[in-house]
Design a binder for this molecule. Structure first.
Ligand code: GLU
Length: 298
């Protein structure tokens, strides 16, 4: 097995990752609740010293890391109810961060938190960080901080495979579209599509169910999420049109923990080909090619 060491320095923080040569693309799952931890894309090779981060200090004290995720978004954050295995790009990103902080998969506690409850979960200290299709916005930054961005996508539309009416966002007048409460896509519809009716649920999988039942005309959220649902129901659903917003995903962090934010940003910047390996093993498996966005100081 090919091993490559990569050293990461973030101010006072230093971590070293050893990539396990995972050429077959079998991603590590990092789940504590039943998932196997074989075939990880990364592992920690040396001790981490991260000073001045209250969040990291609390993790060390608790000897675990609590990560907020989605678990109904195939390819991104998904829990297989039958096997208890978690998978997806966000799950792997979350696990990579934990590994870089010195926490193996068996020290991770994943908590499913829907879009509307993310800021409060971070503010209340229910989780140490959040990784789940979480767009960086100024409004959210009033309460929390973001590391990243680590992924770029845009708002899209999912419709029934036999729907010929809706080909893009210009066809939404008089239609009912479904999205998640507290999300940027539902806000965009409410703000900018006055002739479109909305239906909302806690999760996107509830919207997909409503679409499959013919109760709504479309589901709208990030295209990266919709592609996963279309792949789940290839005969029944299709993604239409071009993305009509820019969504930059960030890691949700407690406000003011600059040490942890800089640590993660440096990890993303100096991560070598870890990002690509994770992408190829998860979202990229569908054949869509994208590249890692440049990290910014949000
Ligand atoms: N990225 C958008 C957001 O953060 C939609 C996806 C989601 O709700 O997680 O609101």
């Amino acid at each position: 097995m090919r091993k490559r060491l990569m050293f990461i320095t973030a101010g006072v923080a230093a971590a070293a990752l050893a990539l396990s040569g995972c050429s077959g693309g079998d991603a590590g799952t990092g789940s504590t609740d039943g998932a196997s931890d074989g075939g990880a894309l990364f592992e920690v090779a040396t001790d981490v010293q991260l000073e001045g981060s209250p969040t990291y200090d609390a993790m060390v004290k608790a000897d675990k890391v609590r990560i907020g995720v989605k678990e109904d978004q195939p390819g991104l954050g998904y829990l297989d109810a039958a096997t208890g295995e978690r998978s997806g790009f966000d799950v792997e990103m979350a696990t990579w961060i934990a590994a870089s902080l010195g926490f193996d998969a068996d020290k991770i506690e994943f908590k499913a938190i829907p879009s509307a409850n993310r800021e409060s979960a971070i503010v209340n200290g229910d989780i140490d960080y959040y990784v789940g299709t979480y767009s960086i916005t100024d409004k959210r930054k009033e309460q929390i901080d973001f590391a990243g961005p680590y992924f770029e996508t845009g708002q899209g539309l999912l419709v029934a495979a036999d729907n010929d009416d809706i080909k893009g966002e210009d066809d939404l007048a008089g239609k009912t579209v479904c999205s998640a409460t507290g999300s940027t896509p539902i806000q965009n519809i409410k703000d900018n599509f006055p002739d479109t009716k909305t239906e909302e649920f806690d999760t996107y999988s509830q919207c997909v169910e409503a679409l499959n039942d013919g109760k709504v005309d479309a589901v709208t959220t990030d295209q990266a999420i919709l592609i996963g649902y279309a792949a789940q129901f290839p005969d029944d659903l299709k993604v239409v049109g071009e993305p009509f917003s820019t969504e930059l995903y960030g890691i949700g962090l407690p406000k003011g923990d600059d040490a942890l934010r800089h640590f993660i940003n440096t990890m993303f910047t100096n991560g070598g080909d870890t990002w690509t390996k994770i992408y190829d093993a998860t979202l990229g498996a569908s054949g869509t090619k994208v590249t890692q966005p440049a990290v910014d100081d949000y």
